[in-house]
Every structure is written in C-alpha cells, then in structure tokens.
Write a protein that binds this ligand. Structure first.
Ligand SMILES: C[S@@+](CC[C@H](N)C(=O)[O-])C[C@H]1O[C@@H](n2cnc3c(N)ncnc32)[C@H](O)[C@@H]1O
Length: 192
C-alpha cells in the first residue's frame, strides 16, 4: 500500500511526521480518514481480523457551549464508544481483545464504558493502570478541531480497559486490575 501523509493530519498534528515515517519503516499500514463507527465497512479493513484493536482516550470532541459534566456531551461520548465497540467487534479475531485507554474518574466514568461494550456483545476482561511512562515518546493529544496538537491531563485514574467477546470469558466476575502491561508485539494490531 503506498504511503502518504495527509495534509489535514499534519495541519492538526504538525509533530506527527516523524512518528508516521517510523511506523511506515516498521512495516505498519497507515490509513487516514477512518471513522471508528464504521471501520468494519471499510474496503481494506473488512476482510481482516485483528488480535488487538486499540483506541487511546476516545473523545467525541469539544463544544464551546458545553463542559465535560454536561449530559449532552456525555451522550456524544457514549455514542462514540458504542459505535466504536459495535464496529470493532466485527473486526476482532476469535480470541482478540479491544483495548481502550480511558479515565475512570468523574465525569469520564459517567460514560459507562463497560455497559457500552456489553451492549455490543463484549465483556471486560481486565483493567490495567495506564502508566504513561510505559510508552516513551507517546504524548496524548486532544485531537478534534481546536488545540488539536495540545495534550490533556490523564489524572491518576486512567486505565486500559481490555474487552473480549462475551463468550470468550465464562466468568466475567473475576475481572482483574493489574499494573504491569504486556507490551508483546506478536499480534495483529489495529490502533485507531
Ligand atoms: C482525546 S483525542 C486522543 C487522541 C489519541 N488517541 C491520543 O491518545 O493522544 C480523541 C481522538 O478521538 C478521535 N475521534 C473522535 N471521534 C472519532 C471517530 N468517529 N472516528 C475516528 N476518530 C475519532 C479524535 O479525532 C481524536 O483524535
């Protein structure tokens, strides 16, 4: 697949070029303009199945008229999560996992990420404390329309929520919280 860097992406994240070059050199396929709510309909992706599908800090975008505590904005975040889980589930391999990094403090815990995943036939397998230091050179960015290249606070209750197909986990009451991440790369990963 030919490698090109979208102008729009560079406008939003002027510092992205080096990372994209590196990913390209490592043999990653880079796709632009994918909507996480309908990834499963994308001509390139729909024939593939992934062992890991990763979405770090989903956010439906800022609205100058709303703050993060407002129900209307929370609903938009919930819709994004629901759309993402429904679509990602279609692309997940049999024993695959969907990983979402997300803050588990107020008001972000009102997004109710666990229920959203369950509605899409997924179940929470594990929660791992998100330690930014585990990811050298990763700088979390706001994305969206304004201040897109700026970072945002992760607080001290950010986790990686790991979901699998519901029937992969018979006893979903034994969800474990662990603090060491498995950084193994022997997987087919889709990172959005
Ligand atoms: C808070 S930012 C996190 C960005 C990046 N994942 C990180 O960890 O720094 C939320 C991201 O979700 C993306 N996003 C929101 N809705 C989306 C959608 N429907 N499809 C694809 N990406 C979406 C935004 O473009 C933005 O980049």
């Amino acid at each position: 697949m030919p490698f090109y860097i979208s102008e729009k992406l560079l406008e939003k994240h002027w510092s992205a070029k080096n990372h994209l070059d590196e990913l390209n050199e490592l043999g990653c396929t880079l796709l632009h303009g994918i909507n996480v709510k309908d990834m499963h309909e994308d001509n390139f992706l729909k024939a593939m199945r992934f062992d890991r599908i990763i979405f770090n800090f989903p956010h439906a975008g800022h609205d100058p008229a709303l703050c993060e505590r407002d129900e209307e904005l929370i609903l938009r975040h919930k819709e994004l999560l629901h759309g993402f889980f429904s679509s990602a589930r279609c692309l997940l391999s049999e024993n695959g996992e969907i990983h979402v990094s997300h803050r588990d403090d107020k008001p972000y815990n009102h997004w109710d990420i666990r229920s959203s995943a369950e509605e899409s036939g997924l179940t929470l397998k594990e929660m791992v404390k998100f330690q930014k230091n585990d990811y050298p050179d990763y700088h979390n960015k706001r994305g969206g329309g304004i201040k897109s290249n700026k970072t945002f606070p992760l607080g001290n209750k950010s986790f990686i929520f790991k979901f699998s197909h519901k029937n992969d986990l018979e006893d979903n009451e034994s969800v474990s919280k662990v603090y060491i991440d498995d950084l193994s790369m022997d997987f087919s990963n889709l990172i959005v």
